[in-house]
Each structure stands twice: as structure tokens, then as C-alpha cells.
Write a protein that binds this ligand. Structure first.
Ligand code: ZN
Length: 149
């Protein structure tokens, strides 16, 4: 196994077994429910946005190890960033998962999110990896519900 896919497996295991920010946020300003019917993943993403700053973010629900670890990593990564930064990161993350952007060869803002490059080896799981991200963008856009379909 390559170093990158080994790290990918470790991060998935760690974040799915001990998800970070895994509770409903009581004073959220934005929230959205996201469904991935292909796998049965379903999460609510809660955000507390103050002006341009994402002050807090959390999630609740259930799903497979990939969707849950991706949501966990996302919530820790985007907390205290601005809406504009987060939209840029979403764009890069989404393109990376789809294989349109390789963070090893291009300047990017993905940091530790780069481990999800490993999901490209499992094309049927791309929607699991992006569900929380689509749901978070849905919340920012004022949508109550979103689906990967
Ligand atoms: Zn899934």
C-alpha cells in the first residue's frame, strides 16, 4: 500500500470511530440535511455564521465510515474560516475527489484534506466523501435539504 492510501485508511478509521464536532449545534444560524441515497448516508450540518466568519460548525446523523470521517474532518477544518475561504476549499476538494485537481501538483488550500485523494481509488464512494461538503454549502446557500442525486 502506498504511503498516501495508508494515511487515508488511518484517517478514515480515526474520524469514523471518534468523529469530531458530532452533536447538534443549539445556536446554529444555518442548517441543512443532506442525503446520499446511493449509500444511505444522512447528515445534518449545523453552522453558526457571524458576518463572513464561520464561528462554529457541527454535524449529526449517520452514514458509512467514509461519509462520517469526511464530515468530521470538514467540521474541524472549516471552523474559524471565512465563507469565501470555505467556498474556495469546497471547490478544490470537490474537483480533487472527481479527479480534476491534483493537490500534489498544484497550489491549493486543502492541507490535511488531501488525504481524501485516496477516495479516487474507490469511485463508487465519491458521493460519500462529498456529502457533508454539499450539505455545508447547502446550509450557506439557505437550503434546508440537499441530495447527492
Ligand atoms: Zn457512504
Amino acid at each position: 500500500m502506498s504511503y498516501q492510501s495508508d494515511l487515508y485508511q488511518k484517517v478514515i478509521l480515526d474520524h469514523s470511530q471518534s468523529p469530531r464536532n458530532f452533536y447538534p449545534l443549539e445556536d446554529s444560524s444555518h442548517k441543512c440535511i443532506g442525503h446520499n441515497p446511493l449509500c444511505g448516508d444522512q447528515f445534518v450540518v449545523y453552522m453558526k455564521v457571524n458576518g463572513e466568519l464561520i464561528e462554529d460548525v457541527s454535524f449529526a446523523g449517520s452514514g458509512c465510515a467514509i461519509s462520517k470521517s469526511s464530515a468530521s474532518l470538514m467540521t474541524s477544518f472549516i471552523k474559524r474560516k471565512t465563507v469565501e475561504e470555505v467556498r474556495q476549499i469546497f471547490d478544490e476538494f470537490h474537483k480533487m475527489i472527481l479527479g480534476e485537481f491534483d493537490p500534489n501538483y498544484r497550489e491549493n488550500n486543502l492541507g490535511k484534506l488531501k488525504v481524501f485523494l485516496g477516495v479516487r481509488e474507490f469511485p463508487s464512494r465519491t458521493k460519500c466523501a462529498t456529502l457533508a461538503w454539499h450539505t455545508m454549502i447547502g446550509a450557506l446557500d439557505g437550503n434546508k435539504e440537499t441530495s447527492t442525486e
